[in-house]
Design a protein around this ligand. Structure first.
Ligand SMILES: [Zn+2]
Length: 112
């Protein structure tokens, strides 16, 4: 069996998932294979760090902050749409500048 296979199994065991092969078989390989042993130690450290980060990361606070951010986005967009002086005026100016010289809108152009 190849080392990669044992490492997959080792990773699964670290995650508490079924390894697909007997523990003894995995341990026997680890006892003989320094590379896999080192890999396993690294994987274990990495997993510990991920677990720690996970505990501090997507917690209730994190989710609340995310929801607050999403909510703020929606409220902001509503406020811009409902505010005629702010975004409305700017948008009208922009339209006039681009549409004016060409065809205009007929209303303000002194054609007749
Ligand atoms: Zn190995």
């Amino acid at each position: 069996m190849r080392c990669a296979h044992f490492r997959t199994a080792l990773s699964a065991r670290l995650d508490g998932e079924p390894t697909g092969l007997p523990d003894r078989r995995l341990d026997k390989h680890l006892a003989r294979c320094a590379a896999c042993r080192a890999w396993g130690e690294r994987a274990e450290r990495l997993r510990d760090r991920v677990v720690e980060a996970g505990a501090a990361g997507p917690s209730a606070d994190w989710s609340a902050a995310l929801l607050a951010n999403l909510g703020g986005y929606g409220a902001g967009a509503d406020r811009v749409g409902a505010d005629p002086a702010g975004a409305g005026g700017a948008a009208a100016d922009g339209l006039g500048a681009t549409g004016g010289p060409g065809q205009g809108d007929g209303g303000s152009a002194p054609e007749r």
